[in-house]
Design a protein around this ligand. Sequence first.
Ligand code: ATP
Ligand code: MG
Length: 428
Amino acid sequence: MRQSTLFTKTRREAPKDEVSKNAQLLIRAGFVHKDMAGVYSFLPLGLRVIEKIKTIIRDEMNGIGGQELSLASLQDSQVWKKTDRWDDVKVDNWFKTKLANDTEVGLGFTHEEPLTLLMKDHIASFRDLPKYVYQFQTKFRNEKRAKSGIMRGREFLMKDLYSFSKDEHEHGEFYDKCKDAYMRIFDKVGIGHLTYITFASGGTFAKFSHEFQMVTDAGEDTIYIDEEKGIALNEEVNNQEVHAIVGVNPDKFKTAKAVEVGNIFTLSTKFSEPLELNFTDESGKNNPVFMGSYGIGVPRLMGAIVEALSDDKGIVWPKSVAPFDVHLVLVNGSDETNARAESIYKKLVEQKTKTGQNIEVIFDDRDARAGEKFGDSDLIGIPTRVVISDKNKQGADGEYLVEVKDRATGEVQDMTVDELVEKLKTNV
Ligand code: ATP
Ligand code: MG
């Protein structure tokens, strides 16, 4: 894509009321637009990142047997009354509204109830189980504090998966698979080294639930890490009984601020019983389906990546989620230099990686000063920058060399265009 055609502009300052680093950088670089506190729109660059994160999550969810659907946002209050969550004082973040005929409806903040009800049309016998169903869907939550940028939106995209199993044992097998899939997701998006499986209270249904907490000073949670075991506890479970069950030594805990990028829950029959999602087992007996739920906040994950990996110049995207693979920057110069940049751009966009994807190039062909272009390039944070200017060097045999800079390490290398193509092809 030609940067001269991109409608978004970078800006020097973030909005005055924006206190979080992730939103400040993402707004300045033109990835998101702040509509109001806790409400963000995603611009072309930001949407590309969201889509890449979704692809990584989708691959993993499909890999463990998930089937994707898309549930409605408007929810029937009658369904929620059956599980006592419509009027539950603990659920204080509902956006509730009314139809023209005064019927009460809610804007979904989660989807256990409508999905459990839906599954009644499809699950009748043990032969229909287990099933795993997920979606990427907008959740609405009337969050009290919305100071963490896109990590805590009042409207945000969540991947939520729900499992339907015959019993606790079958549920446990999937639960463990999903735990592994989650860690692979966080590895792939570049924050695995900072993310801990964290024991949290399981409510009334299971001893524990598990959170995936990424260590960052921008986090709203505090976790207690056992580095040797590579696990953590959150505040509400940090007591003697839990230390004994999990087998951790609190003397060795490292305390850290962290953000919950995902969580997984055993729901047991909390929803299937009141909504009567039952199945007949091999002996002909009727049983409630055993359920679990598994969430990842997509923009929260994007914000967490920015918090963890940016530097004082801007964002540093990992290759797996960067909006483009390469930032080709022309420092306008002689006709020859300008024509050279055009031809390199055309050559790069024709290439495919070894795994068959197009190489995604953003070409800074704008009529702007070199300093401005480099500043914007650092701010936007594409992993590889290629500079074409009058100053480009020649190789020993007179070959034309391009200057290639790694955004993360700052390392600069001169190489031929063919070497660059080869590097980008294997750069996955
Ligand atoms: P938190 O404890 O941070 O408020 P939660 O426990 O309410 O989150 P869930 O309802 O289980 O979160 O949602 C599943 C996932 O959705 C969370 O692990 C998190 O990644 C994400 N998430 C939750 N609330 C938000 C939000 N307001 N904005 C963006 N992502 C969110
Ligand atoms: Mg939580």
